[in-house]
Design a protein around this ligand. Structure first.
Ligand code: AMP
Length: 216
């Protein structure tokens, strides 16, 4: 078997991180979330983190070259049979082209691009209620996926927190940025016959099951 990649594309709040968590094991995927990588860098206070934070806190995109550099670095460790699951990357045409070049240079086939489709009002509802475990990164929602004990992770007992960029005004900015800079990728992958649309507005388990079926 050769190396393959799947891209999860969708607006903020479409459920990319949640779906990645649900399907990761089904395909033995290496989860590549540029958002998670950047948040780790911010937490560690590295030069990358300091650069990224100024964009992330405003709901803006981190520059393409910086993103391509961290993805390139991650791909260099994957191995010949790796299955990559890209979540939140690519987000611009330049990133998509950079990824194409990178994949062909490393002999990785782009298997499919899954567009997670949700209406904007649902994105806002999901993001304002989202809570994340500080320790293991598990995702919750105060109404849709509540933890057994408020503020505590079911998986590891870690503390749950709200991302700074999940404040309402930043969410609206992120949705605007998606329309302006990322939505063009839908046509890009559609024209190449690589795009599959998945309704991501229903319950988590139903969408996970649908995606796993499509990946088989
Ligand atoms: P996410 O966790 O995917 O919602 O990403 C959170 C934030 O990280 C975004 O709002 C951007 O500021 C930044 N970010 C994550 N991935 C990318 C990317 N591929 N290109 C540019 N910025 C990104």
């Amino acid at each position: 078997m050769s190396a393959e990649a799947v891209i999860l594309l969708g607006a903020p709040g479409a459920g990319k991180g949640t779906m990645a968590e649900g399907i990761r094991e089904a395909g033995n995927f290496i989860h590549v979330s540029t958002g998670d990588m950047l948040r780790e860098a911010v937490k560690a206070g590295t030069p990358l983190g300091r650069e990224a934070e100024s964009f992330m806190s405003k709901g803006m995109l981190v520059p393409d070259e910086t993103i391509l550099k961290i993805v390139r670095e991650r791909l260099s460790h994957g191995g010949a049979e790796a299955h990559y699951l890209f979540d939140g990357f690519p987000r611009t045409l330049a990133q998509a082209r950079g990824l194409d070049a990178e994949l062909s240079a490393s002999g990785v086939t782009l298997k499919t691009v899954l567009l997670l489709d949700v209406p904007p009002a649902l994105s806002v509802q999901r993001l304002t209620g989202r809570r994340i475990c500080r320790q293991c990164g598990a995702n919750y929602h105060v109404q849709n996926i509540p933890p057994r004990r408020a503020g505590v992770c079911d998986v590891c007992g870690g503390e749950l927190y709200q991302r700074l960029d999940d404040r309402r005004e930043t969410i609206l900015k992120r949705l605007e940025v998606f329309q302006e800079q990322t939505a063009g990728l839908i046509a890009y992958y559609h024209e190449r016959g690589q795009l599959q649309r998945v309704d991501s507005s229903g319950p988590r388990e139903a969408t996970v099951a649908e995606i796993i079926k499509r990946l088989q």
